[in-house]
Design a protein around this ligand. Structure first.
Ligand code: HEM
Length: 138
């Protein structure tokens, strides 16, 4: 995985602002309509939060000491939202579809592989922390 390549690509895509998050959620809810009920009626705030979190994660890709606890916290919060391990691949698929769409001709096999690897790691850390939080509540 090449953090610099991901940062560069995210700067290109993230610079397109709210359209990106709107596209992502539209894709996700089309993929799995049942997920819509987990989110608030108005998605405006959520869209900002998602972009801010992604941007923070991307900025920390080469600082795992800071990134891992951030993802663990986020994972524990997601346990409270009712998010399950099986939801993560759906979100990953929508994220990659969104990045590919907004990257246009810049999109490449390497970017696809790097994003899949980065998302896979983030999802693993988040879902492990969520599962631990769930177990300690039981
Ligand atoms: C890398 C993956 C993910 C990131 C970076 C992420 C990021 C975020 C952030 C930043 C928030 C807002 C937390 C706050 O209010 O402070 C949030 C909330 C939420 N996320 Fe995620 N998320 C991820 C994966 C998922 C997955 C797999 C699902 C499953 C459907 C999901 C569903 C939700 C829900 C339901 C909320 C709460 C909405 C609300 O009630 O306001 N997220 N997420």
């Amino acid at each position: 995985m090449d953090p610099q390549r991901l940062k560069k690509n995210f700067a290109l895509v993230g610079g397109k602002g709210e359209d990106v998050a709107a596209y992502f959620y539209a894709d996700l809810f089309e993929r799995e309509p049942a997920l819509r009920t987990m989110f608030p009626a108005s998605m405006e705030k959520q869209q900002e939060k998602l972009l801010a979190a992604l941007s923070h994660i991307v900025s920390l890709l080469d600082d795992t000491e800071t990134l891992v606890p951030f993802l663990q916290d986020l994972g524990r919060q997601h346990n409270g939202y009712g998010v399950k391990e099986e939801h993560f691949p759906l979100v990953g698929a929508s994220l990659l579809a969104t990045l590919a769409y907004f990257s246009g001709p810049e999109w490449s096999k390497e970017l696809e592989e790097d994003w899949a690897a980065a998302y896979g790691l983030a999802a693993q850390i988040m879902s492990e922390a969520a599962a631990e939080a769930a177990a300690s509540q039981a």
